[in-house]
Structure formats: structure tokens, C-alpha cells
Design a protein around this ligand. Structure first.
Ligand code: CP
Ligand code: NVA
Length: 302
């Protein structure tokens, strides 16, 4: 039996495959495949949401529709998951009814458990550890604006969270330098950092936001309080020096882009002037969720 094409994390998929997915995404976006191209005709994707979502939900649903298939949204509240049916049993049942499963999971372990028991491809739509779908949209966006990301410098300023972990995976897979500036107590996953160093990735962590951003080609941040994170006051105090504002952007290259996966908390991790400013490409990132996920869906389910 051929191995299932799960899209779990960027460290589990080789660069060549990721590049093929991005090329397919670009070709679908440009219309090169023809408007009538419906490669997933009749296929159904189940989407399990243990946490809220705007972009991930809508982009997967529209992507399935435009590729000729359909998506079904499930939550613990409206399924037997909320009454104690295990993810393993849910995976066995869904595998007999749908062609793929996307999950936004509160715990990364739930994604792994689902994938272990599913007989159809499983896609990571965000966990507390990572957000790989976001990163494919972000790489696509950077390259549309600035050309190849290999050899460029990306700076992350803020919480060393799930999205930061996926940027670390991406730095290795796509060959760019990543400098993360985070408070010591909110550093990215040591295990993800160790993987990046084992792979020879150019990924560093500092507590100094200005040093990380110096001459960067792209400055990235994300919410200070991720879904499920402790929102204590101390967290905001710790993260205040990492706000992306005009003063911090002034340390970056004059052509540096600003990126954010959204939703943004204006006045916290980013100011209005930066997110609404000329270097911000946040709406393009959101738009590219649709196109990059078409590439992912084609690879997993096609
Ligand atoms: N960036 C992102 O995944 O957004 P949602 O939480 O709205 O899906
Ligand atoms: N780090 C954020 C990303 C939201 C898309 C969270 O997990 O809430």
C-alpha cells in the first residue's frame, strides 16, 4: 500500500514536494490549469475545528468547492467527539466516509493520534505546536513580492509560538536565515530549534528585537496570546518590547515586508501604521491561504 500523503508539518515533507505544491498553487492561481479544472471532483474533506477560525475554515471550504469537491465542518460540540468518542475511533469512521481530514487541534498530540488511525490523508490546520499551511501561504506571498526567499533574512519579533515553530521549519526547507527575537521565557520549542540546527539551518534566537530585525528582508509577528495560551498580564509586559512599530521597522532593510498570519491585535504586537502601511502584505497572505491550500489538497487527495 502506498503511504498516505499526510500534511502534518514541514519537517516531515521534503523541500522538493513543498516546491511542487507551491508550483501547483501558483499555476492554479494564475488560471494556467483552466477555469474548468476540477481535479477533486466528488471528493469530500472533513474539517474538525477544536478552536475557532476564519481564514483556515473559509479558505479550505472555498478551495474544495473550486476544485470540484466539498468540505464538511465538524466541531466537538456538534459531533460525538464532545461526548467522549475518541479521535482514533473518529478517524476510523471518517476514513470510511470522506477522502481527507483537516484538523485544527488544541493539542498537537491529537493531530498525531488522528493521523495514526486515519486511512485517508490528514492535514494540520494549526495545533499548539505548528501551523504549516500558513507557512506555505507566507512563502508564496514573500516570493510573489520579492522573488526567491532562499538566502534572504526573515526576522520574527514576539511570542515563540506555533507559527514561529513553523517559520523555523520553513527556514530549513526553503533555505533562508531566520532570526527570532523573543523574551527568554517565550522562546520557540527547543525540540524544533534542535531539529533546525541538526539540519544545518541558519536559525538564531535572541532577546533583542532590534538586533534580530537589523537589515531583515521581512519582519514577522503574531498575536501575543495564542488560542489556549495563558493571557496573564505579565505576558503582555514581557512582550511589549517586541511590538512591531515604525521604530522597529526602521531597523530592517528599506524594502522589508511586514507579515502577520492574522488575526492581528492592533496596538499590541503591531501598530496600525505598520499593518496598514505600504510594506504590509498581510491581506495577500490571507488570500494565498486559498491558493496554497489548493496545492496541498491536490497533493494530499489528488
Ligand atoms: N491565520 C489563520 O489561521 O487564521 P484563522 O485562525 O482565522 O484560521
Ligand atoms: N498563534 C495563533 C495563530 C492563529 C492563526 C494562535 O495559535 O492562536
Amino acid at each position: 500500500m502506498t503511504a498516505l500523503r499526510h500534511f502534518l508539518d514541514l519537517d516531515r515533507i521534503e523541500t522538493k514536494t513543498l516546491r511542487e505544491i507551491l508550483a501547483d498553487a501558483a499555476s492554479l492561481k494564475s488560471g494556467a490549469n483552466g477555469r474548468d479544472s476540477m481535479p477533486l471532483g466528488g471528493r469530500v474533506l472533513a474539517m474538525i475545528f477544536e478552536k475557532p477560525s476564519t481564514r483556515t475554515r473559509v479558505s479550505f471550504e472555498v478551495a474544495m468547492l473550486q476544485l470540484g469537491g466539498q468540505a464538511i465542518r465538524l466541531t466537538p460540540e456538534d459531533t460525538q467527539l464532545g461526548r467522549g468518542e475518541t479521535l482514533a475511533d473518529t478517524a476510523r469512521v471518517l476514513s470510511r466516509l470522506v477522502d481527507g481530514i483537516m484538523i485544527r487541534a488544541a493539542r498537537h498530540q491529537s493531530l498525531i493520534e488522528l493521523a495514526e488511525h486515519a486511512e485517508v490523508p490528514v492535514i494540520n490546520g494549526l495545533t499548539d505546536r505548528s501551523h504549516p499551511c500558513q507557512l506555505l501561504a507566507d512563502i508564496m506571498t514573500f516570493e510573489e513580492h520579492r522573488g526567491p526567499i532562499a538566502g534572504r533574512i526573515v526576522a520574527w519579533s514576539g511570542d515563540g509560538n506555533n507559527v514561529a515553530n513553523s517559520w523555523i521549519h520553513a527556514a530549513v526547507r526553503f533555505g533562508f536565515e531566520l532570526r527570532l527575537a523573543c523574551p527568554n521565557s517565550l522562546s520557540p520549542s527547543p525540540e524544533v530549534m534542535a531539529w533546525a540546527h541538526d539540519q544545518g539551518g541558519r536559525v538564531t534566537v535572541t532577546a533583542d528585537a532590534r538586533a534580530a530585525v537589523a537589515r531583515a528582508d521581512c519582519v514577522v509577528t503574531d498575536t501575543w496570546v495564542s488560542m489556549g495560551a495563558d493571557a496573564g498580564d505579565n505576558r503582555r509586559k514581557l512582550l511589549a518590547p517586541y511590538q512591531v512599530n515604525d521604530a522597529l521597522m526602521a531597523c530592517a532593510d528599506a524594502d522589508a515586508l511586514f507579515m502577520h498570519c492574522l488575526p492581528a491585535h492592533r496596538g499590541e504586537e503591531v501598530t496600525d501604521a505598520v499593518i496598514d502601511g505600504p510594506r504590509s502584505v498581510v491581506w495577500d497572505e490571507a488570500a494565498n491561504r486559498l491558493h496554497s491550500q489548493k496545492g496541498i489538497l491536490n497533493w494530499c487527495l489528488g
